[in-house]
Design a protein around this ligand. Structure first.
Ligand code: MN3
Length: 257
């Protein structure tokens, strides 16, 4: 990306008899991306991070999603698994180019190289779970309305068809991974899955990049205590606790900035 200087021509001001055009030069700021393997698709880095990554608090009590998602699963999933990704991420990025990068910037740049495996897995783990807690809410919420509903209908035909396709995708993940509802480059919605802790923001790794607005963790640690091997029951249960207003907020941000 090239540095560009934008010039804004100010208003013509009349002061007494004098007429003078004001020309204001805007500094371009630190928006120059380094050259990278996929060039222009990677956003420029944000401000440098100075604090270690930390576990975001749950937006509700660990028992709040009962009876759909049980307290013990939430305690272990958030307090042990997610905390583990955060801790390992801090270790993994130390002394690498990512040491002071924000999470989104790491996710956008991390590659499938063996040397980046720990960064990839733990940055993904931190990002994915941070989204996951927020897109659930005690008691669930009414199905989406407005622009998100219209977009779901345009992309899938109906809310129920989207739910069916999402559930099939989540069921089809072999082993550990995630199912996603994403806003694509064309601003349409699509459903995808990723293995392990990958996600659709990993531009150097996934086949089809997108901005996830809904994600479901289908690792066994997310459901085994309550549902054992019945992943389908867990997927059905998940739809009872989705925070659609939060999904809509993420949709609006992805669509309209
Ligand atoms: Mn998990």
């Amino acid at each position: 990306m090239e540095k560009r200087t934008f010039l804004k021509t100010g208003l013509l001001l009349t002061i007494g008899a004098a007429v003078s055009p004001l020309i204001k030069a805007c500094k371009p700021g630190d928006k120059t991306a380094k050259a990278s393997a996929v060039g222009a698709t990677i956003p420029p880095p944000k401000l440098r991070r100075t604090e270690p990554f930390s576990l975001p608090p749950l937006p509700y009590a660990t028992a709040a999603l009962e009876p759909n998602i049980d307290k013990m699963t939430m305690e272990i999933h958030h307090g042990k698994h997610h905390q583990g990704y955060v801790n390992k991420l801090n270790t993994a990025v130390a002394d690498t180019v990512y040491a002071t990068y924000e999470l989104d910037d790491i996710i956008a740049r991390v590659t499938a190289a063996d040397s980046e495996k720990n960064v990839r897995n733990n940055a993904g783990g931190h990002w994915n779970h941070s989204l996951f807690w927020e897109i659930m809410t005690p008691g669930g919420s009414a199905a989406p309305t407005g622009q998100l509903a219209a977009s779901i209908n345009a992309s899938f035909g109906s809310f129920d068809s989207m739910k069916t396709e999402f559930s099939k995708a989540a069921s089809s993940v072999f082993g550990s991974g995630w199912a996603w509802l994403c806003v694509g480059k064309d601003k349409g919605l699509f459903i995808s899955t990723t293995p392990n802790q990958d996600n659709p923001m990993m531009l150097q790794i996934v086949d089809r990049p997108g901005t996830p607005i809904l994600g479901l963790d289908v690792w066994e640690h997310a459901y085994y205590l309550k549902h054992q091997n019945k992943r389908g029951d867990y997927i059905d249960t998940f739809f009872k606790v989705i925070n659609w207003p939060e999904v809509a907020r993420r949709f609006d941000k992805a669509m309209f900035g």
